[in-house]
Design a protein. Structure first.
Length: 278
């Protein structure tokens, strides 16, 4: 029987009336996070490329008593990132939390890659998108002594086969936000990094193959990996407490510990996980 006191905490008072931007909010982790925070009466600015899906998420959030603003935007575009921030400030007067969640992944050995532009897109969305949005939001976050949340991946901590460029983008994201955390410490802005492992969502169905074409079908045993509900449940107390980072799953924590002393074992664990698809 699990004893998890964080699960029993009511976060309503901690989050009520604060303004949060969530990118990649039309599905997966971003969608579930928006819905859970809507229950806490947050002022939501949800962004993604799919307008209809965003509107559907916003409808659910509003039904739970939260204000929700939809911004159709591609974070790979600097002007679109500024648009997201402007919409938040113009509507709610400021920003308290920025969640950089939008992302795109791949599933191909590097030697099979023929479309380099697709690899550039992964870096553009995952790293530069987070950097652009943070740049435009930062003055308001400093003013509110707010918080930046980066939803990364375990690949931001260690290399994973079939994910070379994805891992590079997430390593870049981790390095950027770790550096920013130090810069912003005296200004009262917290930086929280989230490192999930496999989470059951649509992200792998849209993963790019070596030709830059979405797979269409997940190569992972989705029923045997963490659900988005569980992922967000773990994220909420970490965000609320403004913690430095969250590494999910015992296997991931053990693997990262082993990486310091026996890196080859960690490599083998990563390879085995990809082959098994869980």
């Amino acid at each position: 029987m699990r004893c998890d006191t964080d699960f029993l905490i009511d976060y309503t008072k901690m989050f009520t009336n604060k303004t949060i931007i969530i990118t990649g909010a039309s599905s997966g982790i971003g969608k579930m996070l928006a819905i859970r925070l809507a229950e806490k009466r947050m002022k939501l600015v949800i962004a993604a490329r799919d307008k209809q899906r965003l509107e559907d998420v916003a409808k659910v959030c509003r039904s739970k008593g939260s204000e929700a603003v939809v911004v159709v935007a591609d974070v790979a575009n600097k002007k679109a990132c500024k648009k997201i921030v402007d919409e938040a400030v113009n509507t709610f007067g400021g920003i308290d939390i920025l969640v950089n969640n939008a992302g795109i992944t791949m599933w191909a050995d590097f030697e099979t890659v023929s479309n380099l532009e697709a690899l550039e897109q992964i870096m553009q969305v995952n790293f530069f998108g987070s950097m652009y949005l943070t740049h435009f939001a930062l003055p308001y976050l400093i003013q509110s002594k707010g918080q930046i949340v980066g939803v990364s991946s375990l690949t931001g901590k260690t290399g994973i086969p079939t994910r070379s460029i994805y891992a590079a983008s997430k390593h870049a994201m981790a390095g950027f936000f770790d550096s920013l955390r130090i810069e912003l410490k005296e200004k009262g802005v917290a930086v929280t990094m989230i490192y999930p492992g496999f989470v059951s969502s649509e992200v792998r169905e849209r993963a790019l193959n070596g030709e830059g074409i979405p797979l269409g079908k997940s190569p992972v045993m989705e029923k045997e990996v963490m659900t988005v509900e569980e992922c967000v449940r773990l994220m909420l107390p970490v965000i609320e407490k403004r913690k430095r980072e969250l590494v999910m799953t015992t296997r991931a924590k053990v693997g990262l510990w082993l990486k310091m002393f026996a890196p080859e074992i960690t490599d083998n664990i990563a390879l085995k996980a990809i082959k098994k698809g869980k």
